[in-house]
Design a protein around this ligand. Structure first.
Ligand code: NAP
Length: 309
């Protein structure tokens, strides 16, 4: 019997209990899944940022902490965590991000807002260019950045991606390093941020880097709020350097009621809903990692604690 502690909160317990048990059974795992295992007897911990669990030191037998979230900034610096940490790479979450990013990219590309705003009895036809004439840049070419890049390139957009380590992806212009960032920004009619929140990525979009964008660029941020220097973005929206921003993530969440983003006419706020972990597919990922741990195979989606993601 393998003891799995579900430390991801009561709300998640309601939605995950049944899918996890089904996934464990399908993987032929004999698991005692509970919200209250004795730390000394816990083999795995399922974790979410909303968890009350902050001190991992009593869990000496625990083989891995399995996050339900893709972004791990809230746990990666926890000094009591000596166990391997796996983040969530969930096909359901990835599909959700592809759909959200594609939808918002097409909103900008097709000028959907202009059409809605000009429904006033005046017949003024103005067709959008084809996607192949629109340049889209994605900062971050990990699980989500790559999946979105491939979908957008499949539609026909000219897609450039930027990452820490150089990539080679068919149909995508891949860049890295400081010079690569400059080039990636210069060619961004639409800029999408899919970087993790780390010390290195904080304020990637700041007063200086914003100036590399073509005037009137559109911004979509489903990554993390810390990627943007908010004052610089507000000022770029005022000058028209950035024409519009769609923001899903913020430094403080929920976004405070008096934050200028809420009322800004050039900002669309969405409440961190770009891509949710889906209980059924995520439970299969958790089960697979426990199966691997139990037979001594390397865990999937291990976090690089040094890099912070
Ligand atoms: P990932 O697979 O870890 O990919 C991260 C990408 O960022 C990688 O390409 C990585 O480069 C690049 N990167 C990291 N640090 C960098 C740096 N200093 N300079 C340049 N590139 C850097 O993560 P993911 O699964 O794609 O998720 C990305 C982020 O999306 C998450 O961390 C989370 O913040 C966010 N997210 C948001 C939602 C939402 O609902 N809004 C949902 C899920 C996730 P390498 O390829 O070289 O490692």
């Amino acid at each position: 019997m393998t003891n799995v502690l579900f430390a991801a909160g009561d709300k998640n317990w309601d939605s995950y209990q049944t899918p996890l048990k089904q996934a464990f059974s399908a993987a032929n795992l004999d698991i005692d899944l509970r919200q209250d295992h004795d730390p000394a007897e816990t083999d795995y911990i399922i974790y979410a940022p909303s968890s009350d669990l902050q001190d991992f030191s009593p869990f000496r037998r625990c083989k891995a902490v399995l996050s339900l979230w893709a972004g791990v900034e809230k746990i990666v610096t926890n000094q009591t965590l000596a166990q391997p940490l796996c983040r969530m790479v969930d096909p359901g979450l990835t599909q959700g991000m592809i759909e959200w990013v594609t939808g918002h990219t097409l909103r900008y590309h097709l000028g959907i807002d202009d059409n809605l705003a000009s429904q006033n009895g005046e017949w003024k036809p103005k067709a959008a260019p084809l996607a192949r004439e629109r340049r889209v840049t994605i900062l971050g070419l990990g699980q989500l950045g790559q999946a979105c890049a491939k979908m957008l390139a499949g539609i026909g957009f000219q897609v450039t991606g930027w990452s820490r380590r150089q990539k080679d992806i068919e149909g995508i212009i891949c860049l890295s390093g400081d010079a690569g960032l400059k080039t990636a920004l210069k060619t961004a009619d639409i800029l999408i941020l899919l970087l993790p929140n780390t010390a290195e990525t904080e304020n990637t979009l700041n007063a200086e880097t914003i100036n590399h964008l073509p005037k009137g660029a559109r911004l979509i941020n489903p990554g993390r709020g810390t990627l943007i220097e908010d004052a610089a973005l507000l000022s770029a929206l005022d000058t028209g350097q950035i024409a519009h921003a769609t923001l899903d993530v913020f430094r403080v969440e929920p976004l405070p009621q008096d934050h200028p983003y809420w009322a800004h006419t050039k900002v669309t706020v969405t409440p961190h809903i770009a891509a949710e972990t889906r209980a059924i597919t995520a439970s299969e990922v958790i089960a697979e990692n426990i199966r691997r741990g139990e037979i001594g195979l390397p865990f999937l989606n291990l976090v690089d604690r040094g890099a912070g993601y």
